[in-house]
Write a protein of this length. Structure first.
Length: 118
């Protein structure tokens, strides 16, 4: 079992920046990939970014590419999502997620709310 706890959400103005954190705990396998998803009110949950266990390679949704950056520190059991150039449409509950190898997401955090508004 892996537990995920997000933090860092809040209110930010358009064009601003925010960094989300996710601490993972429990039995941490070596092939644990970490991802971020978001869900706006009335919309389906969408994938934002992933950082893989192998090679620390990263992938991003086209809508955030160039503005968001995902990172991790396995010594601290933490992953971060740095967000810049935030737009109002980024307003959503952001979830940390974990998967193993090429498998589907198995573990979810409870989410942290990000609101982009002037």
């Amino acid at each position: 079992q892996v537990q995920l706890v997000e933090s860092g959400g809040g209110l930010v103005q358009p064009g601003g920046s925010l960094t989300l954190s996710c601490v993972y705990s429990g039995h941490i396998p070596e092939d644990l990939n970490l991802g971020w998803y978001r869900q706006a009110t009335g919309k389906e949950r969408e994938w934002v970014a992933t950082i893989h266990a192998i090679g620390m390679t990263t992938d991003y949704a086209d809508s955030v590419k160039g503005r968001f950056a995902v990172s991790r520190d396995n010594a601290k059991n933490t992953t971060w999502l740095q967000m810049s150039g935030l737009k109002p449409e980024a307003t959503a509950n952001y979830y940390c997620a974990a998967s193993r190898g090429s498998g589907a997401v198995t573990y979810w955090g409870r989410g942290t709310q990000v609101t982009v508004t002037s």
